[in-house]
Design a protein around this ligand. Structure first.
Ligand code: F0G
Length: 445
């Protein structure tokens, strides 16, 4: 039978999936969704999944529900009606010689979750979260967000006929994300506090407000996000990469990836676990500090600071799950500076790939791990780009104008690309074009 299972070793309580709970009613611990998989059948699943790529059925066109044997919290006849899908997943795996060179690696591949319907990996989770809300008959759904979760929830909830309510830190989320929440029709509250403070408040109030909470403490969100690993492994021909590098904020994604990979291994679909590397911004790195000091508990960062606002989080809710997955996979956590993030982001942009600031922490982190000798030059590294470049246009324009600063400290714009103002006159245009492109043409691009 499929159940909720409390992840605390001292508790381990199980509850039927029919219950509407997010955390363990007995001890307050985080919950996993635990399935009784049919291990015998699993050997056939990769063929089934790849066969569905040719299908035009709604469920098969989703890069999450195509892998539905891995997320059987809803039975198939039901799911056709209940599933809220915008065609999420199906994201590309892109390589870049320039990015690899920057990191000191022979090669690096980017799994770009920014290609999702609302431009972030949250869509992979939200299709499951909103489907679950529908299955429970909930009408009002809510989340606290640094921007991407709110954009994604707004879209999926409105599409499914539910009412989305978002709580975001006032003035601290990227413009593209706020614009999405408004356009997708979310009731939007800009709360005068930081993400951690708002989450604490709303978590306490959700039930009395009648809100179905769709933050990543909701285990069904993580069930959707774990399918990113199935899709990645399929793209890798079921050959495990050595490393999977991802940014860490509230630590839901690393928890989802770790669980997904362990399940694939236990089902015999992969032989070993890739090592997970979580990258945090220096000003918001509570997990890195915890791992460095070998502490038993996470000590929150009171005033997190980073221009990568998506991961500006000091008290990540899912840290116990994250620690479990880092231990299981021999993983690591590394902090990178604002300058390192800015440099890496510009390299990813110049490669024609592009991403939002938090996502670029992955390349900065891979470079740091390579320099420290933790990652070998010929190891197979996949970095997860979590959000689309257009999420945060303000950061980009400031970077290219040489105006980025964090905490009063200016950042260097090493790959600044400034627009040129030119007269509407043929000779001037021609001269300006020759001057601007000459070097790049002789350098081969
Ligand atoms: N990258 C991006 C672009 C994000 O939006 C987030 C989280 C992360 C990385 C970190 O993922 O929290 O699972 O460790 N954004 C959340 C939000 C918190 O509200 O949109 P995580």
């Amino acid at each position: 039978m499929h159940v909720f299972r409390c992840i605390r070793e001292s508790c381990g309580a199980a509850y039927p999936l029919a219950e509407n709970i997010h955390t363990c009613p007995r001890c307050g611990g985080l919950l996993d969704v635990e399935y009784a998989f049919d291990r015998e059948a699993a050997a056939q699943w990769p063929a089934l999944w790849s066969g569905r790529r040719a299908s035009l059925r709604k469920l098969d066109s989703s890069g999450v529900w195509r892998f539905r044997e891995l997320i059987p919290f809803i039975s198939e006849p039901e799911s056709a009606e209940l599933v809220a899908t915008l065609g999420e997943g199906n994201t590309p795996l892109l390589d870049s010689a320039a990015a690899a060179g920057f990191a000191g690696l022979d090669a690096i591949r980017f799994k770009h979750q920014g290609f999702n319907p609302t431009g972030s990996f949250k869509d992979n989770g939200m299709t499951c979260g909103v489907t679950r809300a529908r299955a429970l008959g909930m009408r009002l759904v809510g989340c606290v967000s640094t921007g991407n979760t709110s954009a994604s929830m707004a879209a999926y909830a409105s599409y499914a006929g539910l009412v989305p309510v978002v709580f975001i830190p006032h003035g601290e989320i990227a413009l593209g994300k706020l614009a999405q929440a408004l356009e997708y029709g979310a009731v939007t509250f800009q709360v005068e506090a930081n993400f951690d403070q708002i989450l604490r408040l709303i978590f306490r109030m959700a039930e009395s407000l009648g809100l179905y909470l769709l933050n990543s403490v909701n285990p069904f969100r993580l069930e959707g996000q774990k399918t990113i690993m199935a899709e990645l492994l399929e793209q890798c021909g079921w050959r495990e990469p050595d490393w999977i590098v991802l940014p860490g904020g509230n630590l839901g994604n690393v928890s989802a990836f770790g669980k997904g990979l362990r399940e694939l291994r236990d089902l015999g679909l992969i032989r070993r676990l890739p090592r997970l590397a979580v990258i945090q911004a220096e000003g918001a790195a509570p997990l890195c500090r915890m791992m460095e000091s070998a502490a038993a508990e996470l000590r929150p960062v009171e005033r997190p600071q980073t221009l990568a606002t998506a991961i500006k989080i000091g008290a990540p809710v899912s840290w116990p799950k994250a620690v479990r997955e880092l231990r299981a996979s021999g993983g690591v956590c590394v902090a990178v500076s604002e300058q390192e993030i800015a440099d890496a982001k510009a390299v990813i942009g110049r490669a024609g790939i592009g991403c939002e600031p938090a996502s670029a922490a992955t390349l900065a982190g891979a470079r740091k791990l390579r320099a420290a000798g933790v990652v070998g030059p010929d190891q197979d590294v996949v970095a997860i780009l979590t959000g689309h470049l257009l999420k945060d246009p303000d950061y980009i324009l400031r970077y290219h104008a040489g105006e980025l600063e964090c905490g009063g400290r200016p950042l260097e714009s090493r790959l600044a690309n400034r627009p040129r103002i030119v007269a509407a006159e043929a000779a001037a245009l021609e001269a300006a074009l020759r001057e601007a492109t000459g070097d790049r043409l002789t350098a081969g691009g």
